[in-house]
Design a protein around this ligand. Structure first.
Ligand code: G6P
Length: 628
């Protein structure tokens, strides 16, 4: 799971490759590398660590050249070290390959290739592709030579390369996005896709290859999205695409809709902190143009469904991974409560291989910040395959999920760089809340009730802004419990997803174990963990289940467990029992989770700082998981 880039044209290739890789680091940052063709040789520079480290190396040992490929890695096969970093060189240096995906049958292929004398330098599954292509190039060269002798003809060299690459690809089982350089053919690069997204950027006298559109912003606004089984034969001045079964395909050039976005820290120490603080604005942006006050409802431009189709919806499936799945859980509460439509929230990784009975009146929403998560993409493809309408709730506009869904809603949260999702989560929750209102008003919810919900929506940004002011108090709490090795996060009803999300944030960036649980379920197991060293974070706003959650809080106190309570302002009762209290502004019960999550995001942030962790790029994680 990784990011790949390629360039062929008249620029210095490394310059684009490094900038492109920086923009793809959200896909992984275990190692980075580039390969460039220079004076008849493929020269490689690669290193463990970030693109910055690669850039440093390239500054001291530049790789000049006008054709090159690059890679930023999230390790799957073999640890993060220099040898396992891509690009991988095949044969005796004839080809270099960068790969995103997983080759499932790599072990057998490796054995076969080693038997044939190929020398492996890494533990990766990807290196087999490089040697396999080198081996197929040899076979093809022999066939070409025999044909040439027989017929006195010289074969089209690019056609021979394509045949060799196709021969190699036919032996692979798994997924790949590939960019391939050929030492003896510096004028051409081949890109291939099966299961892992790949795009080609078209410029005057130059072409770019990348895992997604982001690296192209600012370089070209013309983009071609490759489909599975397609292979692009790219030179500086030409682009040909062939499909495994369909043969030549006319490239469909689209206008690129993304810009690289604001990727500066704007005075903040970390992107995560900046993004936490951007939430009042990102919530406003998610709502902009979508609140129809006159009709007390929400409106969405891109659902691509007729009013008849929408009013016949009888069931909704929300699917996603990680934080997006948590947003789905809150969506379930809101849609069921307001619109009375049954909702199921499915882990995309489970949904894609389950075979649930789904009838014609079921709508499937894929929730994904990046729009590139492999399992979420796999789940909507499976749903589409069985004839169901799929809609996307995505942040990244030109992403694969946004492209493949039948319609959807963009979050408009702006680029989220910190690996731990914050502003995208609240924007997803906001979007699902608007969706709940929309479906509710199509059914039974009256005008007045709809208006009250809109009033609450409009108060959210300011109240979120006030919740940010808890930061100093949260830092104090983080310091107090900085040596704790385990945390419990407990909440109920609308705040059960908040508990899960708070625990996930802490785990992700501070590497402290945390478990999120429904507060009442705690007594069926997790309560055994309670001791003086295990703080419990209770999310306990006033409302229907307040007394019940307070009872759970007392149960933890009775067993000597320290309690941190996130409460609404002015809650004296909780303050008397809890060891530490964080007060947040009040809003309606169903929207309170959007406010409550803010101090939990800040708690994770401060805990990570105190433990000296890399807040924006935590170990072992990636912003977008593009393998299953
Ligand atoms: C990764 C990220 C999480 C994110 C999840 C789903 O695990 O580290 O922060 O929630 O993927 O990503 P998506 O882009 O589909 O929302």
């Amino acid at each position: 799971m990784c990011g790949i880039v390629g360039y062929i044209g008249s620029r210095d290739a490394s310059e684009f490759l490094v900038e492109g890789l920086r923009r793809l680091e959200y896909r992984g940052y275990d190692s980075a590398g580039v390969a460039v063709i220079d004076r008849g040789a493929i020269r490689v520079c690669k290193t463990t660590g970030r693109v910055d480290a690669l850039h440093g190396r390239l500054l001291s040992e530049p790789l000049p050249g006008h054709a090159g490929i690059g890679h930023t890695r999230w390790a799957t096969h073999g640890p993060a070290n220099d040898a396992n970093a891509h690009p991988h060189v095949g044969g005796l240096g004839e080809v270099a390959v960068v790969h995103n995906g997983v080759i499932e049958n790599y072990a057998g292929l490796r054995q076969q290739l080693e038997g044939a004398g190929f020398v492996f330098r890494s533990e990766t599954d990807s290196e087999v592709i490089a040697h396999l292509i080198a081996s197929c190039l040899d076979t093809q060269a022999a066939t070409d030579a025999a044909r040439a002798n027989g017929a006195g003809l010289r074969r089209d060299v690019h056609a021979s390369l394509v045949t060799a690459v196709r021969m190699a690809l036919a032996q692979l089982r798994g997924t790949y996005g590939l960019a391939i350089l050929f030492r003896d053919h510096p004028d051409v690069m081949i890109a291939a896709r099966l299961g892992s997204p790949l795009v080609v950027g078209v410029g005057p006298q130059e072409h770019f290859v990348a895992s997604d559109a982001l690296p192209l912003a600012g370089y070209t606004d013309k983009i071609v999205y490759l489909a599975d089984h397609q292979l692009a034969i790219v030179t500086a001045t030409s682009l040909r695409i062939t499909h495994r079964e369909l043969g030549a395909v006319k490239p469909s050039v689209e206008v690129l809709q993304v810009d690289a976005g604001d990727r500066t820290l704007n005075g903040f120490d970390h992107f995560m902190l900046k993004e936490i603080h951007e939430q009042p604005e990102s919530i406003r942006n998610a709502m902009r143009g979508r609140l129809d006050v006159e009709n007390a409802t929400a409106t969405f431009g891109g659902l691509n469904l007729t009013p008849q189709q929408l009013s016949s919806v009888r069931r909704i499936i929300l699917t996603g991974c990680g934080t997006s799945w948590h947003a789905g859980l809150l969506g379930e509460y809101l849609i069921e409560e307001w619109a009375r439509i049954p909702v199921e929230v499915e882990y995309a990784s489970e949904l894609r291989y389950r075979n649930p009975p789904v009838d014609a009146n079921t709508l499937v929403f894929a929730i994904s910040q990046s729009g590139e998560t492999a399992d979420t993409l796999g789940a909507i493809r499976e749903m589409k395959r069985t004839g169901h309408r799929t809609l996307a709730i995505c942040n990244v506009v030109a992403s694969s999920i946004a492209q493949e869904a039948d319609g959807g809603i963009f979050l408009h949260a702006g680029p989220e760089i910190g690996v731990a999702s914050t502003k995208a989560y609240t924007a997803q929750c906001m979007t699902l809340a608007m969706l709940a209102l929309y479906f509710a008003r199509m059914r039974h919810l009256g005008f007045e009730a709809g208006r009250r919900i809109i009033d609450d929506f409009q108060q959210l940004p300011d109240k979120l802004g006030q919740a940010l002011q808890t930061s100093d108090q949260v830092r104090y709490v983080a310091e107090k419990y900085q040596h704790a090795r385990n945390f419990l996060y407990l909440g109920r009803q609308y705040n059960f997803p908040t508990a899960l999300e708070g625990a996930l944030k802490l785990k992700e960036i501070s590497y402290v174990h945390a478990e999120g649980y429904p507060a009442a379920e705690m007594k069926h197991g997790p309560i055994a963990l309670v001791d003086q060293q295990t703080p419990s974070v209770f999310i306990v706003p006033r409302g229907f289940v307040y007394d019940k959650v307070m009872a759970n809080l007392e149960e933890v106190k009775a067993r000597g467990g320290p309690v941190i309570a996130v409460v609404q302002e002015g809650d004296r009762r909780a303050a008397q029992v809890a060891d530490d209290v964080i007060e947040v502004p009040s809003i309606s019960e169903s929207l309170q989770p959007l406010i409550n999550v803010v101090p939990l995001q800040l708690l994770a942030y401060h805990a990570a700082l105190l433990r000296d962790c890399d807040v924006d790029k935590p170990r072992n994680l990636a912003k977008s998981v593009t393998v299953e």
